[in-house]
Design a protein around this ligand. Structure first.
Ligand SMILES: [Cu+2]
Length: 130
């Protein structure tokens, strides 16, 4: 069922509790990454996140966390900070360029991004370095 804005406003006003479809644009999504989710990579120096649309760079960011390392028990979460972030010209791809290749271990990349609808979306993916 398609509601015109006026009809939707009326329905809400009457408290009918109709689920009015939110913005016509879908919320921003991560469509690809390097390394890919669950991939095994060799000494990566770049982590790249490609979004489904242009995002607001002021509200969009990614962090790399090392969660395990060979031979280290109870490693815990170790934030990786030696990278420089940059956005592609079209505003859809975030590149984290590491000053040193990531050492062997398990990593999680946590991101947040705000697209055209202004909604902040969060997600994560992980990979291992062998
Ligand atoms: Cu570590």
């Amino acid at each position: 069922m398609r509601l015109t804005p006026a009809l939707a406003a009326l329905a809400l006003g009457l408290g009918l509790g109709l689920a009015v479809p939110t913005p016509l644009a879908a919320e921003v999504q991560l469509v690809a990454s390097t390394p890919a989710d669950k991939a095994s990579a060799k000494s990566p120096r770049v982590v790249r996140l490609a979004f489904s649309e242009k995002v607001d760079p002021a509200r969009s960011v990614a962090a790399i966390v090392m969660t395990a390392m060979p031979g280290v028990a109870n490693h815990g979460e170790m934030p990786i900070r030696n990278f420089t972030p940059s956005w592609s010209k079209d505003g859809k791809t975030l590149e984290l360029r590491l000053r040193q290749a990531l050492p062997a271990g398990t990593y999680e990349v946590r991101w947040q991004a705000a697209g055209a609808d202004g909604k902040l979306v969060r997600g994560k993916f992980g990979f291992t370095v062998g």
